[in-house]
Design a protein around this ligand. Structure first.
Ligand SMILES: Nc1ncnc2c1ncn2[C@@H]1O[C@H](COP(=O)(O)OP(=O)(O)OP(=O)(O)O)[C@@H](O)[C@H]1O
Length: 219
């Protein structure tokens, strides 16, 4: 479970205060994957980063009682000088998992060929993104955070494999996906929320959330 309790967050842009959340309270329970609809620039990445603990709220509390991923695609924790093999085995040990399994899983999912044994510093952005995505999936966490704005990969085979894995995992893991369009959320989430004026409005279904989101767009 992730709970936001009276959380406020804003940025000073030099000329104005940009409010992302204003004393917002909401809860994401395990087993109930959530899609968050928000217009571009309204704070999608900031909210996901706060859920991951990468960014602190100005006020309020964020309570996590489950194993929460970093935003998928985030490269924190890996070492550029080391190869994917070395990174995978190192992270496996931190999470108390079998290094052979984590290495084999990532090797299979990434499709990096001989690059898997070369330093991450030699990878293209897409290759790095594939590796960090695979690593996160190998860790088998309770809640996965997905930011549509994350560097995406154009590797068709990888996207197919990773997409299928995410769908299969929906039974036992919870996804939180932020996006500016409902179609991205349809595949993965039943319930949805709309981020608007510093509040997160929660709905039982994506349909209901879409109604508020679309209504806003046409005002
Ligand atoms: N560290 C910061 N300092 C000042 N302003 C910031 C900072 N981080 C984010 N912002 C501003 O806060 C707003 C929300 O940023 P955020 O990246 O969370 O939005 P987003 O919805 O993910 O955007 P996009 O859809 O463009 O990726 C933006 O206007 C951004 O410029």
């Amino acid at each position: 479970m992730i709970e936001f309790e009276n959380v406020s967050k804003s940025f000073w842009t030099g000329t104005q205060r940009k409010v992302i959340l204003d004393r917002a309270s909401f809860k994401v329970e395990l087993g109930n994957s959530l899609g968050i609809l928000a217009r571009n620039g309204t704070g999608k990445t900031t909210i996901i980063n706060m859920m991951a603990g990468l960014e602190k709220p100005d006020e309020g509390r964020i309570i996590r009682t489950s194993r929460v991923s970093f935003p998928l695609g985030f490269m924190g924790g890996v070492v550029s000088k080391l190869s994917a093999t070395e990174n995978a085995r190192y992270i496996a040990r931190i999470y108390d998992l079998d290094p052979d399994y984590v290495e084999a899983f990532c090797r299979w999912l990434c499709g990096l060929g001989e690059y898997f044994d070369m330093p991450l510093g030699t990878y293209s952005a897409g290759m790095r993104s594939r590796f960090s995505f695979a690593l996160m999936l190998a860790l088998d966490l309770d809640i996965y955070l997905i930011d549509e704005g994350m560097p995406s990969t154009t590797d068709v085979e990888f996207n197919r494999k990773a997409g299928a894995l995410l769908k299969e995992r929906l039974d036992r893991t919870t996804m939180i996906i932020v996006s500016h369009q409902a179609s991205t959320l349809e595949k993965f989430c039943r319930s949805a929320a709309v981020l608007r004026n510093g509040q997160l409005y929660m709905f039982e279904t994506l349909e209901e959330a879409k109604r508020l989101y679309d209504y806003e767009a046409h005002r």
